[in-house]
Design a protein around this ligand. Structure first.
Ligand SMILES: Nc1ncnc2c1ncn2[C@@H]1O[C@H](COP(=O)(O)OP(=O)(O)OP(=O)(O)O)[C@@H](O)[C@H]1O
Length: 244
């Protein structure tokens, strides 16, 4: 990305971002709530339009209709899955859909392999609407992995996932990274990937304030821009995120 700015609801929330990620890098994107991490990811894969600047993937300009056959994208929990009662297997198979192939391929062996890799093969037949948040998260990671992407873009993959599964997924990222997959991952804490991340990009109020060694990054300060951060606990508890 070069000189990339993005507006949401008429307000600029990403300012003049320059970011180049080379093939095979593992990069953590960090920052307080509302600092613009998800916005950056979504603009980088063409889901959100740029106000200024440009973005390229694999040397080609990115736009909303870009083909993402070489990109695996795992969005944040709140924007994924919805209430469609697809099974884990069907959900992962939908990751194989493309402009050339529109028929769901649940029997493709890659589907069960991807579910196995995130420890979800046993629940392949369960509708994702009947899964916990952490289980759904693992299914969405399998969906991103199923077509062996060259670039994996993940928005808080460990959120809601228990520690043993975090370790499992971190091990998977390590293997993929060693095999040359490029990984850009939004994290709140580096957690199980702490020893693996050489490069951290930190956003603050939509600007890159650090791009370099993880141990040199500035400490995060409390969030801004997300009203729930300041809301009393009983108000937060009243919010139903996934109505069944
Ligand atoms: N759908 C939206 N409409 C309008 N503004 C939005 C929308 N989504 C995010 N924003 C605003 O854009 C800014 C950046 O939000 P973004 O979700 O990119 O931050 P983030 O760093 O990913 O936050 P978090 O850590 O809480 O996920 C914030 O000020 C936020 O309030």
């Amino acid at each position: 990305m070069s000189g990339a700015s993005v507006a949401r609801a008429g307000q600029r929330v990403l300012h003049d971002v320059d970011l180049r990620i080379d093939s095979g890098e593992l990069v953590a994107l960090l920052g307080a709530n509302g600092s613009g991490k998800s916005t950056l990811l979504r603009a980088a894969v063409g889901v959100l339009p740029l106000e200024t600047g440009c973005a390229h993937l694999f040397g080609q300009p990115v736009h909303r209709g870009s083909s993402h056959e070489r990109v695996g994208y795992v969005p944040q929990e709140s924007s994924e899955a919805g209430s469609i009662p697809a099974t884990a297997r069907e959900t992962v198979a939908s990751g194989l859909l493309s402009a050339r192939s529109w028929w769901p391929r649940s029997r493709d062996p890659r589907v069960m392999d991807a579910l196995d890799a995130v420890g979800m093969a046993d629940l392949a037949g369960r509708p994702i609407t009947r899964m916990s948040g952490g289980q759904r998260r693992r299914v969405m990671i399998a969906r991103a992995l199923v077509r062996a992407p060259r670039l994996l873009v993940l928005d808080e993959p460990f959120s809601g996932v228990d520690v043993p599964t975090q370790e499992l997924i971190a091990g998977l990222f390590r293997e993929l990274s060693a095999a040359g997959t490029t990984i850009l991952v939004v994290l709140h804490e580096t957690g199980p990937l702490a020893g693996d991340i050489r490069r951290a990009v930190v956003l603050d109020h939509g600007r890159v304030v650090h791009d370099g060694a993880e141990q040199d990054r500035p400490r995060l300060h409390p969030g801004h821009g997300h009203p729930e951060d300041a809301a009393p606990l009983d108000e937060c508890l009243g919010q139903e995120i996934h109505p069944l």
